[in-house]
Ligand binder design. Sequence first.
Ligand code: PLP
Length: 441
Amino acid sequence: MSNRLNTPNDLRAFWMPFTANRQFKQEPRLFVSAKDMHYQTHDGRQVLDATAGLWCVNAGHCRPKITEAIREQAGELDYAPAFQLGHPKAFELANRLVDIAPEGMNHVLYTNSGSESVETALKVALAYHRVKGNGSRTRLIGRERGYHGVNFGGISVGGIVANRKMFGTLLTGVDHMPHTHLPGKNAFTRGEPEHGGDLATELERIVTLHDASTIAAVIVEPVAGSTGVLIPPKGYLQKLREICTKHGILLIFDEVITGFGRLGAPFAAQYFDVTPDIITTAKGLTNGVIPMGAVFVTSEIHDAFMTGPEHMIEFMHGYTYSGNPIASAAGLATLETYKEEGLFERARDIAPYWEDALHSLKDVKNVIDVRNIGLIGAIELDQIAGEPTKRAFTAFLKAYEDGLLIRTTGDTIAMSPPLIVEKHQIDEIVGKLREILTNGI
Ligand code: PLP
């Protein structure tokens, strides 16, 4: 197809999210179709997807079962009110979801995005303590360099300064643990780093400062993605769990990125063998195709709300599109695709090949760290003095020209290919990166 037909004649009206709008509109990068591991651009080129879209297309693009389920559902039941009414597929999907969740996480609240899942989780945590008679537990603890979406709760507990500094005082009563990124000690670690597990004890310091009776929940990404792939040091998550349990604080894992097979298990909770009280998800739940998120909670949390007169609403929260029929159909078809094709196991089995391939870039010019876990990988580049993010952004643009989609955050290249990635495609990703880093930037 010609470039002309595929390029809108005016790009000005759409204020694009998390995008350098002026740069983009001078040099637009548009995808017009996709299949399995590849996108096709508006100028007719194939681009190998090393990022599963935005960490979400875990089963690969335009998978027939998912596409068909959406098509059928749209013609059968387009929308059903989400409050005081329902439709079968939302319940069916919740049942399938709790089947693959860590033991004891038996209930699901639906949202439309990762950001909404985070807001929902924080509200559940606050309300849970209140219904249990512990209304003084109102503080929320996040972590430096955490990313929990873009809404006010999420940026308050989040720890990325650029995402916070423009937006006033945010939520009050929030504190942050230190991040766990220790490049001086852990650079070029394969999997979980040796150093930094003891940083979890910083939570004890925060508890001592505020008193446990004021703290509702701690929220962390088991593997921090958007801040540049920070993998938890050995023992860190276990220690957080211990401290939270000891003090009656709810532990929330934000698994918007790690959920649905990214580490080779359904959830990071199972991969690390640490069970939180609440898990937030989105993205891979519908293979990124239709906006949908889910928040998993334990029976203990759910049951605490099931009191009072039966005609009364137990939790004053929800969205017009919670459990939307088309999203539910997409979710069911996505889970079936993961299962039928054994994609979580596939991710686990190919992860060592991914790890070796990435670490072969260790000695390439300007590479100062390589990190990986499951089917996630990061290549951190030496920052150009006085021009943070420029080297990585240049690599992103060059990769796009060369037919490879990567993602960058700061000066780190972050990658998370669909779980259907083949070995020869991993070779292609790493080969192209080697060429770009050696000769292109
Ligand atoms: N939480 C985590 C850990 C994420 O990585 C993201 C997005 O990347 C979000 C929340 C926000 O998700 P969304 O962009 O769907 O609102």
